[in-house]
Design a protein around this ligand. Structure first.
Ligand SMILES: [Zn+2]
Length: 175
């Protein structure tokens, strides 16, 4: 549980710390959520996350078996909540009491800044409930996925270069 809770803080930090957001932004630029979005992270973010994971293991004193189980559940959860699996609203609403669902995570990928600044949980949803950052009452039809400043088609090379270039005003026009 502490691995999952500290990961909530890491995701939050990726949004509020500009040097980290440069990398995490690349994941949010994807304009269509499906299971492949779960794998579309900049290598810079992956490398920083590996250091964070090592620190989690070191300071929380997690044993190998607990770590392996949490990582397996986390991988399934990340593939699931980025996917376009069509759950009924009722099934989603039941599941979201415990784990992150596609509907909940879709709000986090909205192109409205105030909606993106919510739903930072990755596996269990209790962390967003604890911090009052759980947002669920947004109709799915009203959500546009992506970041307003990045609507044009981008090559892989451009995506990889984004963190190292001058930054755009990401939310301009949609605040
Ligand atoms: Zn995010």
């Amino acid at each position: 549980m502490l691995l999952d809770y500290t990961l909530w803080w890491w995701h939050w930090l990726n949004h509020v710390a500009p040097p980290l957001w440069r990398f995490h932004l690349v994941h949010h630029i994807d304009r269509d959520l499906d299971a492949s979005t779960a794998l579309r992270f900049h290598f810079g973010e992956m490398a920083l996350a590996a250091f964070f994971r090592a620190a989690q293991v070191r300071f929380l004193g997690v044993d190998a078996e607990a770590l392996a189980w949490w990582q397996r559940m986390l991988l399934v959860s990340i593939l699931f909540h980025h996917s376009n699996i069509e759950l009924t609203s009722d099934a989603d609403a039941q599941l979201v009491r415990f784990i992150v669902t596609p509907r909940m995570h879709g709000i986090h990928h909205s192109d409205r800044e105030e909606e993106t600044q919510s739903n930072w949980s990755s596996l269990f949803t209790c962390w967003d409930m604890l911090h009052r950052t759980f947002v669920y009452g947004v109709p799915q039809e009203s959500i546009t996925i992506g970041v307003p400043a990045w609507k044009e088609p981008l090559t892989t090379g451009k995506l990889l270069a984004i963190p190292f270039e001058g930054q755009r005003d990401d939310w301009l026009g949609n605040a």
